[in-house]
Every structure is written in structure tokens, then in C-alpha cells.
Design a binder for this molecule. Structure first.
Ligand code: SF4
Ligand code: SF4
Length: 993
């Protein structure tokens, strides 16, 4: 019987091992055999890569004088293929024996075995061949252990190039090549550098591709890496960024620990991971996990910060810290390349991170973490009953005295949908206030405001994978390889496939290396740049007149505004040559399909909403929304920032973005939630709540997983606000900087310890599954929220995350048709009219937008300078952001062995000419000051910065960038200006690096 593999458009029919098989023309024999469930062994082949046919393991008999390599040989009509004749099998056995000849002994180093699935050794078992005795062990090509989590054994390498293609073709990192000649040939990282000192970003794709154990994962926290068959597999999702890569944790149940992680196929990640997903999970096993509820001791009132760093009383703005210690760490990190590991860092595997449990003696702030020994004595252990009773009593008392305006809640974009939903429901129904927000206020609030105004929806109009269908992609204000690494691999692949990438950013970070056109504009000039581009698009007549006429409003006003931004004027403001602006306009305007991706370089400005308005207008006037390969995609930061916002964890919207100040909406939610007195007005945002605390408005707060001390702008102000609260309960997995101000600390469960759903930047709702038990007395978060709700009389009776999700779907039309059973292993996009048969809707707005009139509302914007411009005293512009290896306030990533080992300390990135003028060499310490404070940190001299700019990541408490940032906000999105403030930089005398 013919097996229909693919019947269109043209097919060939052949016979494989006597079975008739019909496949698409051009299919390889190997692919055809696989489709017919016929196994042909391979070594150099992996179906994710273009085949090369070098190892000859996959040879088959096609009736020709020589065997054919099935991975490259195309099927032909009438071909008769025999995949396993005695001669073919003998050829494979001989080949296996030859490859074994110069392999190391099978268990030369049991601590550095591969994932237990060495394909070459499996073939040796299959063919019953062994390495001959007496042969020299290995070819003497050497080993390389310079990467903290990947071991290289060149002697095990068979030069199949799978790692080369994984690194180049899949991740687009282009690190691995070959060096040497003849028998000494070996894979090489960059110019034959040690892996840990090369430009390798430790994504581990090469390890997952290696069939022989030449590239292997090192054990983390001494958990041995055993074969998959000896470990449990849990399919879940990465807990870090909004890409939401699907992954599988391989769990050692005897040790109650994860042994290793690997990517899993899903349309938005295709089995790929970055360093955080693949190696950054061991934070959950940190000995610094909170395991018991804690209550502040009487003698530790009046409240305030408890540790030296957080009190800020050491001079230098409070962040002087132990400079010698940091200088020492900086010396250890010498020899690294940007993005590469630091050779010599943290030898060992993370086990030295503290000791004991229960708090005391858990080690002094490894990697600049909260000093538990300094802080914990201010708290006493309590039972859950006592702690929860106290929380409920104090919040109720404050509410009774001060009314709804006295209470506020910060949730987190790390929470699951179920946790976010219950948290906002607790604040709204228990305290009758809409004062509930989370860190979306700090990332894309302005984008969401502009999108709602422009197209009536805050979610992306298409997926990042749709970039493959775009002729042109504008990637702007996003360091995608660091912040959304796997999404960036889709961009790089699209470019290889012909998509033109236009990259627009003040920093020449790695995305610039993969751009066809790179525009390094001056910070804070985005509106002028896009107005210049739109001016030229309109002048050249490259607009889509039909689309403008039928699907937009207000084009006339937009055209009038951008008329004043000819490219020459835009050049004066942005610093981008007028000719380049014209080139961008022509490329965009002439594209059949264009798509725009943006990040916080667009949103985190006082003009963030205007910046996003320009991007919406640029798409709309060229008809680039609603078709494959076109659209608007704000790359959402945290793993569940999309979902937390969808759930109504924001002060102006109930779940599903229903307006909080709309009486009809309020009535609907009062009915759904069985209450009668929801707050009739919008609540306060994150930054407004901090301001309200200082004015005596908000007096009691519940923080679930949020760490505003480090994440919010102007830390001095945040410090005052946190200390001024009458009552603060913090629910978290670690003792964060914010928890130092708490009255009660509740030990929470990490992502790995609970079930829940998470919605990624593409609108993909996925199931996160429990991998491990929470440590000690730590509890699942939704249960804790429910216990507080019930103590204030709400009478909830949810029994599981599934139970909560069912209620979510019942009140959120966007999530209609989704349930725990149909989300499966890959999740589903919302909206999804037919989840049993479809992944969900990729391209939105094909017919109309979500606005009341169904049209896109074009909103013109005039360029406005940033609020705090450089002057003689503060001549540099500070830009803050993330590193690839770290996440937000570092509470998870700085407790991950791999991530801390690769990026152990804060650095200020400076242009070489600026550094030279300041007399500061690479690695030397500098003092960076703004009008609000000073931090001291090492300088990294980087050609990726433009002159006059300084980039500082905000993860590091010992050099907290947000001590410097301004709390000026965008008037509409209420997002702070994290990307622009004026600073002074000086050599930090007396500190030797
Ligand atoms: S870990 Fe990733 S970046 Fe590094 S060499 Fe391997 S594939 Fe390339
Ligand atoms: S790209 Fe994002 S979701 Fe994927 S592995 Fe990295 S951090 Fe995790």
C-alpha cells in the first residue's frame, strides 16, 4: 500500500525495503524512509540542518555500483531502495569501528558524560563492535574546559560538523569553524580560542547536536548527567523571557534535582534554548531559598532597610560595597570576549553558594546577593497560620482605617496566569481598589497604550516566527540576541532566507552584526527618525492608498505632521545620515510585506507612547498589518507579562482588557465574582503607588514576586516609600532587597514547583508543569493568595490551577476554547476558534481592527527631547537594560551557577574614545553619578557604544543602575524613562582592578 507522505504539488513514488512510498519531489531518501517509519542510522545528519552527507553512515543500496548517502540523495520516480542489506550493514559496522579507533575510552571521565545518548556508542552497540585494544587513547587533539557548563573533548570529535551547523544555521551565532590540517583538524571557536573566551554565548545548541560526546554538558550542583532512560522527563516551558521556549527537564528523582534541560519542539522555539533556559534552572535549589514564614522582630522597628547595601549608608550612594572583592572578581574575569564566559570564574559547580538551612549561616552574598546573615536576625520564624493571620488582620485594619486607597498590590510577570488572576481578584474584591499593577508598567506600558489607542488591542498582531514571510523586518530598540535570544535566531534565519533586516538602535549590539541596514540613532530621537521615514515614504508615493482609505483614520493629520521632518532635519536630530533614512524608507515602502519588532528602547521613554504611535502609523500607511509577514510585534519581556496583563493585573483594566472605569464592565465582573462594590475608578500604577505611599495615601501593600527596590527608577525614592509603609507583606522565593522592608515574608514556590499556564509574547498559552516539590515549608502561590482571601472573608474554594483557569476562560472571551487538556505539549495561540484542529490565529486584523469603528487610528507625534539632557556637569547619557545571562533584579539568575559564572559582576559599557578621554582602561573601576546618586563599578570598553553614551545593566544590587535613573514618566503609558538620564563618569581612585 502506498504511504502518502505529501501529495502536493508534485510527487515521486519509490520503493523502500519493498514498501511503496510517495513523497514530494525533492525529498531525500532518508526523509522518505523516516516518513514511512523506516530507520536509517545517521551521524552527521540532523533533520533541522541542511544535509551534508559526509559521514556515510546513512548509505543505502539504490541499485547503483556505489551506495548512496540517503541524507542527501533525492528520491527518484521508480527508485528501489534497500536500507539494510547485509552489505550496507557491514559498511556501517566497518565505518563505526573505524570511527571508534581514535575515540577515547568509553568512560574516560564519568563526570563529563554527554546526555547519556552518545550516538556513536549506540551504533557500536548496535553493530557489536568495540574499540580495538592497544590503540593509543585519543588523537591528542586536547580538551577544553574553559566554559563553565560545556566540556569539549576534541578527541571524541568525528568532524561531522553538526555543531557547526547548529551554531550557524540554527542559532545564527557563527562561533564554530575548523582549524588545523589532516589528522590534527579540530573544531575551533572563533580563531581557535578556548570556548570560554570566545564569542560563544553558551546556548548549548552544539551540545544538543553533538553525536559523540565531544561537546557535553558538565554537571551542575554535582547532579550527575545520566542517560535519559534513567531520569524522569517533565515537559514544561522556560521561566525567563517572553519567548517561552518549550523544554524538557530531565529529573533525577533519587536526588530530587534536575540533571539537565533540553529544548522541545514547539512552533515558537523549535527545540532551541538560550543559556538561561538550558543552564539557568538551578536557582530553585539554592540553599538561600526561603522555607519558613518570617515576621519582623519588634526590636527591628521602626522599619527600614536592613543590609548595608540597601540602607545605602556606606557613601558613594550606598553602593560602594566591597570594592576590593569586586575588583578581585573582575580580575578573575579577565580574558573574556563580549558575551563569552570568563575563564577562571567560579571553578566548581555552584555547590559553594552557602550552607545550612533555616537562614543562618547560609553564606555571605555570593555574587552580590542579599547578605542573609545581616538581614535574617531581624526576623523570627512563624507558622503559616500566624503569618497569614497577621497579614489578613493588618491589611484589613489599614483598609478599615484608610479605605480602598490605602491598599495596593504588586503582582509579577513571573506569576502564572492563575496566580495573576487570583491576585488581582483578591485586591479588587477584598479591598475594593484597582490599585494593582506589576512590572508591565516598567516594560511595555507605553506600547500597550499606543496599540490600544491605534488598533484596539495590546497584543502582537502576528508572531515573531512570521518574520520568515516578511520581505523587510524593522527591529528597533531591542537587543534581541540578549533579551529574546531564541526569537533573534528566527530573525537571523529569516535574513539567510532573504528577509532584509533593518536594525535601529543607539547601541551597535549583536543584532547590528546581522542587519542589512543599521541606523545608530542618538538616544531619545525615535520619533524624529520614524517621522523622517514616513515623510519619505509619503513623498515617494510608497503608501498603500487603498489600505489608508478603507482601514485607517486621520492620515491627513499624520501627513501634515511628518511633512516637517524631511530626512535632512531628521538627520540633524537623530544623527542618522539623510541618505540612510531615505534608504530605509524605500526598502520599507517597496516591501511586499513588512513587519516591525520593538523592545524597551522604544517604550521606556517619556515619549514611549509617541514612539510606538509612529511604528503603528508606519505599518498602517503601508498596509503592513493583517497579512502574513506583516504586522506589529512589541517583544514582551518576562515569561508571562502578556498573560499577567491579560489577567487584569493592571490598574486600568479588568481581565481581557475590559475598562475598569466602565460601569457596564464593572457590573459584569461584580456578577461574575459575586460582589457588589468594585472600585468605580482606575487604580494607581506602580510609579504612582510609590508616590502615593510618600504622601501617606497607600499604607499597606502585598507584593507577590516583585522586587521594586531594584527594578523601579530612582531607588532613593523607592527606599523611602518602602520604609514608610505601615505594613508590607512580601511573598517570594528569596530574601530580596524589597523583603528587607517587610513586616511579613511568605516563602513562595518557584516556577519549577507548581502547575500553571503562561502566555508568551506571541499570545501562545502554554502549560508549565510541576518539576520538583517546594523546599521545606514553601507553598504554592495561588494557595497562599486563597488563604489570605478566605481570612478576609472572600470564601474561595479553588482546588487546582486547572480550576482557576476554567474561571479565567469563563470571564475572558479572548481565551475562549482553551483548556488544560487541549493546550497539550505546544500550547495554543489565542484567539483560537478551533483548538482541536488549529494552533490558533497567527495573523490578526486581516479584516478589521479592534477599535470601536474597526479602523486603525493614526496618531501623529512631534519629536520632544528627553526630560533630563546632558550638560557640563553630567555629560553622558545613561542607557540601562539587560544582559543575556541575567534577568531583571538577578534574584534567580545570580543564584544560577552558570549564569553567575559567565556574567558575575556589574560593568559600565563605554565607547573606547570616551574611556580613553576619561583615563579609564578596560576593567578599571569608575564612579558613575547622576543627580540622584552614585554607583561604583568596573568599566567595559566596548565598540558597541556610541560616543557620549554609557550602558549599565540593572541586575546588580551592588551597583544598582536604578539609583541613577530618573522617575520621569511617559504621561500616557506611565512608564519610567529607563533609557535616558544624564550622568557623570570618573575614574574611581584607589580601587585597582
Ligand atoms: S554553545 Fe551555542 S554559541 Fe556556543 S559554540 Fe555552541 S552553538 Fe555556538
Ligand atoms: S529565549 Fe527566553 S524563553 Fe527561550 S530559553 Fe532563552 S530565556 Fe528561555
Amino acid at each position: 500500500m502506498a504511504i502518502p507522505v505529501q501529495a502536493t504539488p508534485r510527487t515521486v513514488t519509490l520503493t523502500i525495503d519493498g514498501r511503496e512510498v510517495t513523497v514530494a519531489e525533492g525529498s531525500t531518501i532518508w526523509a522518505a524512509a523516516k516518513a514511512a517509519s523506516i530507520d536509517i542510522p545517521v551521524l552527521c545528519h540532523d533533520e533541522r540542518f541542511d544535509p551534508v552527507g559526509v559521514c556515510r553512515m546513512c548509505v543505502v543500496d539504490v541499485g547503483a555500483p556505489a551506495f548512496a548517502a540517503s541524507c542527501v540523495r533525492a528520491c527518484e520516480e521508480g527508485m528501489e531502495v534497500k536500507t539494510a542489506t547485509p552489505e550496507v550493514e557491514r559498511s556501517r559496522a566497518v565505518l563505526t569501528q573505524l570511527l571508534l579507533a581514535d575515540q577515547p575510552e568509553r568512560e574516560r571521565d564519568p563526570k563529563q558524560t554527554t546526555t547519556g545518548d552518545n550516538e556513536l556508542l549506540a551504533l557500536a552497540d548496535r553493530y557489536g563492535v568495540a574499540r580495538e585494544d592497544g590503540l593509543p587513547v585519543g588523537a591528542g587533539r586536547g580538551t577544553d574546559s574553559s566554559n563553565p557548563v560545556i566540556a569539549v573533548d576534541h578527541d571524541s570529535c568525528i568532524l561531522c560538523d553538526r555543531c557547526v551547523r547548529a551554531c550557524d544555521d540554527i542559532q545564527g551565532n557563527d562561533v564554530i569553524g575548523r582549524s588545523g590540517k589532516g589528522y590534527s583538524t579540530r573544531i575551533a571557536f572563533d580563531l581557535n580560542d578556548p570556548m570560554g573566551q570566545s564569542s560563544c554565548v553558551t546556548c548549548g545548541e552544539c551540545v544538543s547536536a553533538c553525536p559523540t560526546g565531544a561537546l557535553t554538558n558538565k554537571p551542575i550542583r554535582n547532579i550527575p548527567i545520566r542517560p535519559r532512560s534513567e531520569l524522569d522527563q517533565v515537559n514544561t516551558v522556560c521561566p525567563y523571557c517572553g519567548v517561552g521556549c518549550a523544554l524538557t527537564y530531565h529529573v533525577d528523582r533519587e536526588r530530587g534535582a534536575i540533571a539537565f534541560a533540553e529544548g522541545r519542539d514547539q512552533p515558537g522555539s523549535k527545540g532551541r534554548l538560550c543559556v538561561k533556559g538550558r543552564y539557568g534552572w538551578d536557582y530553585a535549589a539554592s540553599p538561600q531559598r526561603l522555607t519558613v514564614p518570617l515576621i519582623r522582630r519588634e526590636e527591628s522597628y521602626p522599619k527600614g532597610a536592613l543590609s548595608t547595601d540597601v540602607r545605602g549608608d556606606m557613601g558613594d550612594g550606598g553602593y560602594k560595597d566591597d570594592l576590593e572583592e569586586r575588583a578581585e572578581r573582575r580580575q578573575l574575569s579577565a580574558g573574556r570576549n563580549p558575551g563569552g564566559a570568563r575563564n577562571g570564574q567560579r571553578q566548581g559547580n555552584g555547590e559553594s553558594r552557602g550552607k545550612g538551612k533555616g537562614g543562618k549561616g547560609r553564606g555571605r552574598k555570593p555574587g552580590g546577593l542579599v547578605d542573609y546573615d545581616e538581614v535574617l536576625p531581624h526576623f523570627r520564624e512563624a507558622t503559616w497560620e500566624e503569618a497569614l493571620d497577621l497579614v489578613a488582620r493588618r491589611l484589613t485594619e489599614i483598609y478599615t482605617e484608610g479605605g480602598p486607597g490605602a491598599i495596593a498590590g504588586f503582582g509579577s510577570a513571573k506569576c502564572s496566569n492563575e496566580e495573576a488572576y487570583l491576585f488581582q481578584k483578591l485586591i479588587r474584591t477584598g479591598f475594593h481598589t484597582n490599585n494593582v499593577d506589576h512590572c508591565t508598567r516598567l516594560c511595555h506600558a507605553s506600547s500597550v497604550a499606543a496599540l490600544f489607542e491605534g488598533i484596539g488591542s495590546g497584543a502582537v498582531s502576528t508572531t515573531y516566527g512570521d518574520v520568515i514571510n516578511a520581505d523587510v523586518a524593522i527591529v528597533t530598540g531591542t537587543n534581541t540576541p540578549a533579551n529574546h535570544p531564541v526569537a533573534s535566531s528566527f530573525f537571523k534565519q529569516a535574513r539567510r532566507n532573504g528577509t532584509t533586516i533593518i536594525y535601529i538602535d543607539p547601541r551597535a549590539d549583536k543584532m547590528a552584526d546581522h542587519a542589512d541596514i543599521f541606523c545608530q540613532l542618538k538616544p531619545g530621537t525615535d520619533v524624529a527618525f520614524y517621522n523622517g521615514v514616513m515623510h519619505e515614504v509619503i513623498r515617494l508615493g510608497l503608501v498603500d492608498r487603498d489600505f489608508i482609505g478603507q482601514r485607517t483614520t486621520n492620515f491627513g493629520a499624520l501627513a501634515q505632521t511628518v511633512k516637517d521632518y524631511p530626512p535632512e532635519r531628521a538627520e540633524q536630530i537623530t544623527g542618522v545620515p539623510a541618505d540612510v533614512i531615505r534608504r530605509v524608507a524605500r526598502a520599507w515602502g517597496e516591501a511586499g510585506a513588512g513587519i516591525i519588532f520593538w523592545g524597551m528602547g522604544i517604550s521606556q521613554h517619556t515619549t514611549g507612547t509617541d514612539n510606538a504611535r509612529c511604528l503603528i502609523a508606519l505599518c498602517a500607511i503601508t498596509g503592513n498589518v493583517g497579512r502574513p509577514g506583516s504586522g506589529l510585534h512589541p517583544l514582551r519581556g518576562q515569561n508571562n507579562v502578556q498573560g499577567a496583563s491579560d489577567m487584569g493585573l493592571i490598574p486600568m483594566f479588568y481581565p481581557d482588557y475590559k475598562k475598569a472605569d466602565d460601569p457596564a464592565v464593572r457590573a459584569r465582573f461584580e456578577q461574575a465574582w459575586g460582589t457588589t462594590d468594585l472600585d468605580p475608578k482606575r487604580g494607581l500604577t506602580v510609579t504612582e503607588i510609590i508616590g502615593s505611599v510618600l504622601k501617606g495615601g497607600v499604607r499597606g501593600m502585598y507584593m507577590l514576586g516583585e522586587n521594586p527596590f531594584l527594578s523601579d527608577p530612582n531607588i532613593n525614592k523607592v527606599r523611602k516609600a518602602l520604609a514608610a509603609l505601615d505594613f508590607l507583606v512580601v511573598q517570594d522565593i528569596f530574601l530580596t532587597e524589597t523583603a528587607e522592608f517587610a513586616d511579613v515574608i511568605l516563602p513562595a514556590s518557584s516556577y519549577l514547583e507548581k502547575d500553571g499556564t503562561y502566555t508568551n509574547t506571541d499570545r501562545r498559552v502554554q502549560l508549565g508543569r510541576k518539576v520538583l516539590d517546594p523546599p521545606g515549608g514553601a507553598r504554592v502561590d495561588w494557595e497562599v493568595v486563597q488563604d489570605i482571601a478566605n481570612r478576609i472573608g472572600l470564601g474561595w474554594s479553588y482546588t487546582s490551577a486547572r480550576d482557576i483557569f476554567e474561571e479565567i476562560v469563563s470571564v475572558m472571551p479572548s481565551y475562549t476554547n482553551l483548556n488544560y487538556d487541549n493546550l497539550g505539549l505546544t500550547g495554543k495561540l489565542y484567539p483560537n476558534p478551533d483548538p482541536e484542529h488549529s494552533d490558533g490565529i497567527v495573523v490578526m486584523f486581516g479584516e478589521k481592527f479592534n477599535t470601536d469603528d474597526g479602523l486603525a487610528h493614526l496618531v501623529p507625534a512631534e519629536w520632544l527631547p528627553a526630560k533630563e539632557l546632558p550638560n557640563e556637569q553630567y555629560p553622558f547619557v545613561l542607557n540601562t537594560g539587560r544582559l543575556l545571562e541575567h534577568w531583571h533584579t538577578g534574584s534567580m539568575t545570580r543564584r544560577s551557577y552558570a549564569l553567575d559564572a559567565i556574567a558575575p559582576l556589574a560593568e559600565a559599557y563605554l565607547n573606547p574614545a570616551d574611556a580613553a578621554e576619561l583615563g579609564i582602561a578596560d576593567g578599571e573601576m569608575a564612579r558613575v553619578s547622576s543627580r540622584r546618586g552614585t554607583i561604583v563599578l568596573a568599566v567595559r570598553v566596548s565598540h558597541r557604544e556610541q560616543r557620549g553614551n554609557c550602558f549599565i545593566p540593572f541586575h546588580f544590587r551592588e551597583a544598582a543602575a536604578n539609583l541613577l535613573t530618573t522617575d520621569e514618566i511617559d504621561p500616557i503609558g506611565k512608564i519610567p524613562e529607563f533609557k535616558f538620564c544624564a550622568v557623570r563618569i570618573e575614574a574611581a581612585a584607589g580601587v585597582q582592578a
